[in-house]
Design a protein around this ligand. Structure first.
Ligand SMILES: *[C@@H]1O[C@H](CO)[C@@H](O)[C@H](O)[C@H]1NC(C)=O
Ligand SMILES: *[C@@H]1O[C@H](CO)[C@@H](O)[C@H](O)[C@H]1NC(C)=O
Length: 361
């Protein structure tokens, strides 16, 4: 009797100590913008939104730029690590290989459709060439779905997809677009604009659901007015209006998600409040291991925020203690810190459940 219990306890301990490194879900499918782009834009010939030059990737072996808008890894890499998986490869890299040797079975191992500059809205034609907007990312996913159906059949695919994570990190570029366009601001009040963002996102989420997705990790936008590019416009302080729009969008997003879940059976989601996390980090950097919350690591001029990260830009030596890598993007260290909270964060950061609970659900 006692022996039996002993064996039971041992096996539980072994199982739980291994499980953090073992693969926790079949695959991750990633949608979004530069916060999670792992190289799709390198394949867009006309795009100027590329991180394929120095100093991007400066903290990778051989300082290799990969298309990530970071000094090293980004949130997509850390999410994959947490789940015990390799980072889902860029869709455009897979299809360009598939054209050569017609092997696309790795779609089953996860795919990233994320593209720097992508918005929830489709944008203008000119913009369209620069990035893959969300609608187009979901179009690509439906092609991937067709291919996987041919490979494994509908029942096996549905089982696979219903256990996989669909990560959606988008919205910042729509807000930057609103901030940068007096025309958009004339035509829409902030409330109308963010409501329309949430509505358009819902349409794309529904398409993912209709094509088998069930477990969603969805992030709100950060305190966008605190990006270095805005701080230099306000004596290094955050721009209030842009933060206000960010909060408004996150509120709209949360009510949309609740409504959307109530309209469809079987949706499980985890919402991550990027705004609150960044705000806490900015208020109290030392307790998170950071020292500089204002300056970009790579750039030129005041706060290194007057120019993008290009080969002639200045590069800070202490990338571990900065939260911003360039005018808009977090450092690898900050992304790691965010994903810790995405995965295990309390209900003030992630609701109604965190990613660990999403995986287990
Ligand atoms: C196709 O890819 C899968 C996994 O990525 C691999 O196991 C298989 O051997 C490949 N097949 C060919 C013909 O290259
Ligand atoms: C500039 O920063 C100050 C201090 O945080 C804030 O009160 C003010 O509203 C900001 N100005 C703008 C234009 O955002």
């Amino acid at each position: 009797m006692l022996g039996c219990l002993y064996v039971f306890v041992i096996s539980v301990v072994i199982f739980s100590s291994v499980s953090s490194e073992a693969q926790m879900v079949p695959a991750v499918y990633v949608f979004g913008d530069s916060l999670v782009d792992v190289g799709n834009n390198n394949y867009l010939t006309l795009s100027i939104a590329k991180a394929n030059h120095r100093h991007y990737g400066v903290d990778f072996p051989n300082q290799k730029p990969t298309g990530r808008f970071s000094n090293g890894k980004n949130a997509a890499d850390f999410i994959a690590e947490k789940l015990g998986l390799p980072t889902s490869p860029p869709y455009l890299s897979l299809v360009s290989k598939a054209n050569k040797n017609s092997n696309t079975s790795s779609f089953m191992d996860g795919v990233s459709f994320a593209s720097a500059g992508a918005e929830i809205f489709d944008g203008t034609d000119e913009h369209y060439r620069q990035s893959i907007p969300l609608t187009k990312q979901v179009d690509y996913y439906t092609l991937v779905h067709e291919q996987m159906t041919r490979e494994v059949g509908t029942p096996a695919l549905q089982k696979h997809l219903s256990r996989s994570i669909f990560a959606v990190v988008i919205g910042s570029n729509d807000i930057f677009g609103y901030s940068g366009s007096s025309d958009l601001r004339k035509k829409n009040t902030p409330q109308q604009y963010v409501d329309s963002m949430a509505f358009s996102l819902k349409v794309q989420l529904q398409r993912l659901y209709d094509y088998g997705a069930r477990k969603f990790e969805i992030t709100g936008v950060g305190a966008l007015g605190c990006c270095p590019t805005f701080r230099v416009k306000n004596n290094t302080e955050c721009v209030t209006e842009v933060n206000y729009w960010s909060v408004k969008y996150n509120q709209g997003l949360q009510s949309m998600l609740k409504e959307w879940q109530s309209e469809n059976g079987g949706i499980i989601y985890s919402y991550f409040d990027t705004y609150t996390v960044i705000n806490d980090l900015i208020q109290n950097p030392a307790s998170y291991g950071f020292a500089d919350v204002k300056e970009a690591c790579c750039g030129l001029g005041e706060l290194n925020a007057k120019a993008p990260c290009v080969p002639v830009s200045k590069l800070c030596p202490n990338r571990q203690d900065h939260i911003f890598w360039d005018q808009f993007h977090p450092t690898e260290a900050a992304s790691r810190s965010f994903v810790e909270r995405i995965f295990d964060g309390s209900s003030s950061y992630t609701s109604p459940i965190n990613m660990r609970q999403l995986v287990a659900a």
